[in-house]
Design a protein around this ligand. Structure first.
Ligand SMILES: *Cc1c(COP(=O)(O)O)cnc(C)c1O
Length: 386
């Protein structure tokens, strides 16, 4: 008689029979390991095994291995948001008395964390501009541990000269971390950035339903980061990990199609008399660094079009005003309201952020429908009725 035949109802309900596959019979897709706990086998060292999901989980590990391979790094750590990937990296690699260098062309929460929160831990910072990289070398001090940048930068897509940053930093033994979210996961892989950070919420997931982030680096660096990330506790739920893994199946298809549509929109906006400027990765550096120019663009409307970029967004019917990028739906936001509030007037001016600037992330809709939506909003003149 099996032990469980003696069990009473509530015991049985809490220890249901496990369905195991016969040897050689396997599922095409990996199952979602929706368990916070795993029982060890006596046959292997305890801590080589999966034990507790905050530390490691097979579904999350599969995603980490996929992402390390895609980004050509030795290993990868997946966490519960892009910003967790950034703060986990900083808090793991920096300590009291250290110095970090970054750039004003940066995702606002990253910039704010460096400016407002790292000083609370005794970590100093210097903020430069991507357009004056010549200052970088002299900014690196004895206690500089990390240089962090984005390319293309959120929201107006300035590009960093990646090779130059790496060359300067590595000559002085300073680690380089890059937030590559805007370019996607398949680009920039040939550059020797020490730490590649990605918000998986964007192109990797693609469908806008979960947040996640990734830190890809050498085994040595991921080991250091993991030691701290365990305590910060920003582990990703396996169900969310599965959705990211599923999103990745169509990653390249989406990226290519969205890029194609974005380029049609770039040329439509460039030729529109009521659009003052369009930001999109172009020129020598873009051609050198990016095989694909991506599906995010920014533009500035003529003040005649609407009282503000915010008002302009509410006129659109297909393109939605909201945060984030890289979704199957096209998304727009006024860059001043979303990203400009903490910047000095001169930084705003230099970055092209003002009351009339917008960021557009192109989705999978038909390009003619998107262009019709933009066109009708740009052509309206009866807007000053508030
Ligand atoms: C969105 C974004 C992040 C933050 O990612 P979340 O998943 O929203 O936390 C970080 N960097 C860049 C460049 C982003 O666009």
């Amino acid at each position: 008689m099996k032990d469980n035949e003696l069990w009473n109802t509530t015991t049985k309900l809490n220890h249901p029979e496990k369905i195991e596959l016969l040897p050689g019979n396997s599922s095409l897709l990996q199952p979602i390991y929706h368990s916070a706990k795993f029982m060890p086998s006596e046959d292997y060292p305890l801590w080589d095994q999966f034990i507790y999901t905050r530390v490691s989980n097979p579904t999350i590990r599969q995603l980490e291995v996929t992402l390390a391979d895609l980004q050509k790094k030795e290993d990868c750590i997946v966490v519960s948001s892009g910003i967790a990937a950034i703060t986990t990296t900083f808090l793991s690699l920096l300590r009291q008395g250290d110095h970090i260098v970054t750039f004003r062309e940066l995702y606002k929460p990253s910039r704010q964390f460096i400016r407002e929160k790292l000083p609370l831990f005794g970590i100093e910072h210097t903020v430069l501009s991507l357009s004056s990289l010549d200052e970088l070398e002299n900014t690196l001090k004895k206690n500089t541990r990390l240089v962090h940048f984005e390319s293309p930068a959120n929201p107006h897509l300035q590009l960093a000269d990646i090779e130059k940053i790496i060359e300067i930093c590595h000559r002085k033994n300073v680690l380089v971390s890059m937030d590559g979210t805007f370019g996607g996961l398949h680009q920039h892989t040939r550059y020797a950035v020490d730490i590649m950070i990605q918000s998986l919420t964007k192109f990797a997931n693609g469908h806008g339903d979960v947040t996640a982030g990734a830190i890809a680096a050498s085994k040595e660096i991921t080991k250091r980061i993991r030691e701290t990330s365990l305590y910060l506790g920003a582990s990703l739920d396996p169900q969310a990990g599965y959705l990211i893994q599923r999103g990745l199946k169509t990653y390249m298809l989406r990226y290519n199609k969205q890029t194609e549509t974005a380029q049609e929109i770039v040329s439509f906006l460039r030729n529109h008399p009521r659009v003052k400027r369009v930001h999109y990765p172009e020129g020598e550096l873009a051609d050198k660094q990016m095989e694909d120019k991506g599906s995010i663009l920014a533009f500035e409307i003529d003040p005649q079009v609407a009282p503000s970029a915010d008002k302009f967004c509410y006129r659109l019917s297909l393109i939605q005003l909201t945060a984030s990028v890289g979704s199957t739906e096209s998304i727009i936001c006024p860059t001043m309201t979303f990203f400009g509030q903490d910047l000095s007037p001169s930084d705003r001016e230099a970055l092209g952020i003002n009351a009339f600037s917008l960021r557009l992330s192109v989705g999978l809709e038909d390009s003619s429908d998107l262009i019709r939506d933009l066109s009708s909003a740009l052509d309206q003149t009866d807007s000053y009725d508030e």
